[in-house]
Write a protein that binds this ligand. Structure first.
Ligand code: SF4
Ligand code: SF4
Ligand code: FES
Length: 526
C-alpha cells in the first residue's frame, strides 16, 4: 500500500487511489467540480489542481494516482493561485443570481468563492454571455444554462448510469451550453439525481425549488420505504414538515442514487388523510378516546376472546410496511393470545422494476417478515375465510387495508363479520370503517426502527418529524398493548425492542442497534 504525504500528513492508501481520494480519506478538502465518486473521471474543471513535488506542473488531483513517497501540497502559493484563476475563469460569465438562486446554501461556486477566491470581478456585467434561463427539461428538473460550469457530471450520469443520454453540450468556446439532446426529455426513472450532483444552481428540482432555503432545514438519516431496495436517504424537514428526500451514500445498497418514485414518496407520508386520534366505536358513531382507554379496552377485549374462545379465535395481519420491531411485538402479542399471525406483502400488479435499484416489491420489509417466520403466503386467505365463516372472533390489522387487496368484496364481508376488529394504521382507509378500535400510528419518517431490505440487509430508519395529532410510533403502541395483556413492561425505545428481537430471533443474532448504524448490516441468515 503506497504512502503519500499531503500537507505534511502521511497517509497510507489502497493501490490505485487518486490524490483526491487519499485527501478525502484524511479529511483534507481539495475543491472540485467535475469529480464525483460515482461517475467516471472527466478531469475537465481544473478546480482540483494541486502541487506535487518533483512534477514540473500542477496536477489535477482527481486523475492523478498516488505513488509511494509522493508529496502533495494543497495550500501552497502555486495551488492557491491556480484555484483563484480557475474560479475567476468560471465566474466570468456566471450570472449574479445568488439572491434568487435556489442552490444558495449548497452551491459549490458560492462556497469555493468564499473559501478560495474572494477577488473582485474584472469583467463588466454587460459583457457576460447570455444563455437560456429556467428551462424545464423534464418532469423533475429545470435548467439554467447561464449557471452551468460545464462540469459534465449530469452528462456522465445519463450516459453511464441510466444509459439514456438525454443531455449533451452544444456550441463552442464561451458559448458552450448544456441542453437536451434533440427530441429528448429528461424523464428517466432516476432523473432527480442530476439535481443532487449538479454542483451549482444550473439544475434545480421542480418539486423543491423556492419552497425553502436549505439552511433552514434539518436533516435526518433514514431509508426509503417505497420499495424493497431500501435506498439510504436524508430527510430534509422543518417544524414537522418534510420538504424533500435526497439519496445518501451506501455502496452496498444504492451507491449514491435513488429513483424518482422514492424521491417523491415523502408527499404521501403527510397527506390529508392521516389518522390523528385513537377512536372507538360507540353506539351510533365513532368516538375519540385517549390512548390509555383505547389500549386498555382493546387489551381487555382481546384477552377475553382468547380466554373464552381458545387458540385461533384471534387473527393478526401484519404488512411488510411494518418495521422489524413492530413485527416482533405483534408476534409476541399473538403468542399471548394464541392468535394466528399472518404476514402480507402487497404491491400493485403493474409495479415497475428494473435491474438497477427499483424493485417490484413496493414494501420496505418483506424480507423482515420472512426472517421472522411470517413469509407472505396463504395465511391471510385462511384468516379471511375463517372470518367469513364466523370462526374468527377478533382481528388485528397492522398497516394494511385488506379491502384494497385482491378481492375487496370478500374482504369486506370478512371484516363485517368479525366481532372485534382493531386497526393500527397511518391513514384513514376503508378497513377502518369496519373497526371497533382505530389506533393512529406513525409513518416511516416519524418513527425509529429497522427494515430488512430485499438482500437481507437490516437498516435503521430514524424519526425525522413528530407524528400528527396524537398518533404514536407503532412500536410504542404495540409495546403498551403487550404490557396491558400481561406481557413485559413496555420498552422505553425502539432500540430496546430491537435488542429483544436480536436476542430471540436467530437471523438477528449478533446485531446491535448502534452497530447497524448508518450503513446497515446483513442479517445472519441473509
Ligand atoms: S448542469 Fe450542472 S452538472 Fe450539468 S454540466 Fe452544468 S454544472 Fe455540471
Ligand atoms: S429504488 Fe426503491 S428504495 Fe430506492 S428510492 Fe426507489 S423506491 Fe426508494
Ligand atoms: S475535479 Fe479534477 S479536474 Fe475537475
Amino acid at each position: 500500500m503506497p504512502t503519500v504525504e499531503i500537507d505534511g500528513r502521511k497517509i497510507e492508501v489502497a493501490d490505485g487511489q487518486t490524490v483526491i481520494q487519499a485527501a478525502d480519506q484524511a479529511g483534507i478538502e481539495i475543491p472540485h467540480y467535475c469529480w464525483h465518486p460515482g461517475l467516471p473521471i472527466a478531469g475537465n474543471c481544473r478546480m482540483c489542481l494541486v502541487e506535487i513535488e518533483k512534477m514540473p506542473k500542477l496536477q489535477i488531483a482527481c486523475n492523478t494516482r498516488v505513488t509511494d513517497g509522493m508529496i502533495v501540497h494543497t495550500t501552497s502559493e502555486k495551488t492557491k493561485t491556480a484555484q483563484k484563476a480557475v474560479l475567476e475563469f468560471l465566474l466570468i460569465n456566471h450570472p449574479i443570481d445568488c439572491p434568487v438562486c435556489d442552490q444558495a446554501g449548497e452551491c459549490k461556486l458560492q462556497e469555493y468563492y468564499m473559501d478560495y477566491d474572494r477577488q473582485r470581478s474584472r469583467v463588466p456585467l454587460p459583457q457576460k454571455v447570455r444563455k437560456k434561463k429556467a428551462k424545464p427539461i423534464g418532469p423533475l428538473v429545470v435548467l439554467d444554462q447561464e449557471r452551468c460550469v460545464l462540469c459534465s457530471r449530469c452528462v456522465r450520469f445519463v450516459d453511464e448510469v441510466t444509459h439514456t443520454s438525454e443531455l449533451a453540450f452544444y456550441e463552442r468556446g464561451d458559448h458552450v451550453e448544456l441542453d437536451l439532446a434533440p427530441g429528448k426529455v429528461l424523464d428517466n426513472k432516476y432523473s432527480g439525481n442530476v439535481v443532487d450532483i449538479c454542483p451549482v444552481g444550473a439544475l434545480t428540482s421542480r418539486d423543491f425549488r423556492f419552497r425553502a432555503r436549505v439552511w433552514y432545514l434539518e436533516r435526518t438519516e433514514s431509508v426509503c420505504a417505497a420499495c424493497a431496495n431500501g435506498c439510504n436517504i436524508e430527510i430534509y424537514h422543518r417544524e414537522g414538515q418534510i420538504y424533500r428526500f435526497q439519496p445518501r451514500k451506501n455502496l452496498a445498497v444504492n451507491q449514491y442514487w435513488m429513483c424518482d418514485e422514492g424521491r417523491l414518496s415523502y408527499r404521501a407520508l403527510q397527506g390529508e388523510g392521516r389518522l390523528t386520534h385513537p377512536i372507538v366505536r360507540g353506539e351510533n358513531a365513532f368516538l375519540r378516546a385517549t390512548w390509555g382507554d383505547a389500549l386498555l379496552a382493546t387489551a381487555g377485549r382481546l384477552d377475553d376472546i382468547a380466554k373464552t374462545k381458545g387458540p385461533g379465535a384471534v387473527g393478526i395481519v401484519v404488512s411488510a410496511q411494518a418495521t422489524n420491531e413492530e413485527i416482533f411485538l405483534l408476534r409476541r402479542i399473538g403468542a399471548r393470545l394464541g392468535a394466528t399471525v399472518a404476514g402480507i406483502s402487497w404491491s400493485p400488479l403493474d409495479a415497475s422494476a428494473d435491474d438497477f435499484l427499483i424493485k417490484a416489491d413496493k414494501n420496505p420489509n418483506t424480507a423482515g417478515l420472512r426472517l421472522q417466520g411470517l413469509a407472505p403466503d396463504g395465511a391471510v386467505d385462511g384468516l379471511l375465510a375463517a372470518a367469513r365463516a364466523g370462526r374468527l372472533a377478533a382481528l388485528v390489522l397492522h398497516r394494511v387495508d385488506l379491502t384494497a387487496w385482491r378481492d375487496a368484496a370478500l374482504a369486506r364481508e370478512a371484516l363485517e363479520r368479525v366481532p372485534c376488529l382493531v386497526v393500527l394504521d397511518t391513514d384513514q382507509r376503508e378497513a377502518a370503517q369496519y373497526a371497533d378500535t382505530v389506533l393512529p400510528v406513525a409513518s416511516a419518517a416519524e418513527t425509529d426502527g429497522t427494515f430488512t431490505n430485499h438482500a437481507g440487509r437490516v437498516q435503521r430508519i430514524r424519526q425525522a418529524v413528530v407524528p400528527p395529532g396524537e398518533a404514536r410510533p407503532a412500536w410504542r403502541a404495540l409495546a403498551e398493548l403487550l404490557a396491558a395483556l400481561g406481557g413485559p413492561a413496555a420498552a422505553g425505545d425502539a432500540a430496546a425492542v430491537f435488542a429483544a428481537l436480536a436476542a430471540e430471533s436467530a437471523p438477528f443474532h449478533g446485531l446491535h442497534w448502534a452497530a447497524v448504524g448508518d450503513q446497515g448490516r446483513p442479517a445472519a441468515s441473509a
